[in-house]
Design a protein around this ligand. Structure first.
Ligand code: NAP
Length: 294
């Protein structure tokens, strides 16, 4: 039976590339796969994937190629020798990198006659295929629209704009949010753990608090956009007083205080810049302009 789904090539079959290829296969896309270490293609071939012997053969097999290798150095190692094969093809690059690297590869792809979309995967391999999970894309809108339904197989595709660096820029910003949230959660878990509260008991309370914090973001976003930070909920001065309680509680229980001290120092810089009576959103002024001040 001939599939009505678009043929796709997946280059790179590590944890993530294998999850991408598995999902495409399971949803009926004729899928060609290639990986530097050929044995990783075996489970996919067992599911119906077509193995390509070389990157050139892989690119030739489909009009759309998705690349997901370790980093941009690996991407160039694989694709540079076969750049001529990319003419007339669409390359969707889901390899993590910086916006500058995305710009560079977008120009490189254009120079070789390929359409290019840059992407960032906002999940781990088990989340691939879930419509709840975000896949960020940037680059040509026409290319995104033409392949939206195929991309939607992998997760919810969010188009961010024509600048190919945007997906990587959002990715970096969102990973920063994740790391600071995870580390703060672990810090809080260590703190309550010092009083024999288990992580599994603390975490449901922490999750409820995170949804309140999400509400603060919604309140503060228009303040950031408007550059005005009315301190009518909680001021920077009030937050500085409150973080001292956290620092004291952590010190009294022998828990590391580097993160709270860092947060306090940023708040104090905002106060020194004249934002003591403003909302917490005013902290962005010292983040945007670390050397500045009033
Ligand atoms: P991985 O399991 O370590 O796989 C790395 C892949 O890159 C393998 O296919 C590997 O080939 C290939 N590779 C590395 N160096 C190479 C080289 N010099 N030449 C050719 N191929 C090379 O990593 P992963 O988790 O799949 O991650 C792949 C990309 O997805 C990364 O950019 C990562 O940041 C991104 N990502 C991952 C996750 C996640 O949760 N895993 C989430 C979001 C984004 P071999 O098999 O031959 O070593």
């Amino acid at each position: 039976m001939i599939s009505e789904r678009a043929a796709v090539t997946v280059i790179g079959l590590g944890s993530m590339g294998s999850a991408l290829a598995t999902t495409l296969l399971d949803r009926g896309h004729p899928t060609t796969v290639w990986n530097r270490s050929a044995h990783k293609a075996r489970p996919l071939v067992d599911r119906g994937a077509r193995p390509a012997a070389t990157p050139r053969e892989a690119i030739a097999a489909s009009s759309l190629a998705i690349a997901c290798v370790l980093d941009y150095e690996a991407l160039h190692t694989v694709l540079d020798p076969v750049s001529d094969a990319l003419a007339g093809k669409v390359l969707v690059n889901l390899t993590s990198g910086s916006p500058e690297q995305a710009h560079e590869v977008a120009a490189w792809a254009r120079a070789h006659g390929a359409d290019y979309l840059d992407g960032a995967i906002m999940t781990t391999p088990p989340g691939v295929g879930s419509p709840e999970m975000m896949f960020l894309y940037s680059g040509s809108h026409a290319v995104f629209e033409a392949h939206r339904s195929t991309l939607a197989t992998l997760g919810d595709p969010l188009y961010l704009g024509a600048d190919p660096g945007l997906a990587s820029l959002y990715d970096a910003a969102l990973l920063g949010l994740m790391w600071s949230t995870l580390t703060s959660w672990l810090h809080g878990t260590a703190l309550v753990g010092a009083e024999k509260t288990e992580a599994t008991a603390f975490t449901p309370v922490a999750i409820r608090w995170l949804s309140a914090v999400a509400g603060f973001l919604t309140t503060y976003a228009p303040q950031v956009d408007g550059g005005r930070y009315p301190g009518d909920d909680a001021t920077v001065d009030v937050q500085i007083a409150a973080i001292d309680h956290l620092i004291h509680a952590a010190a009294a229980r022998g828990v590391d205080n580097a993160l709270p001290e860092l947060l306090k120092s940023v708040m104090e810089r905002a106060r020194a810049a004249g934002h003591g009576a403003d909302s917490y959103a005013s902290v962005i002024e010292v983040l945007k302009n670390p050397a500045g001040g009033r």
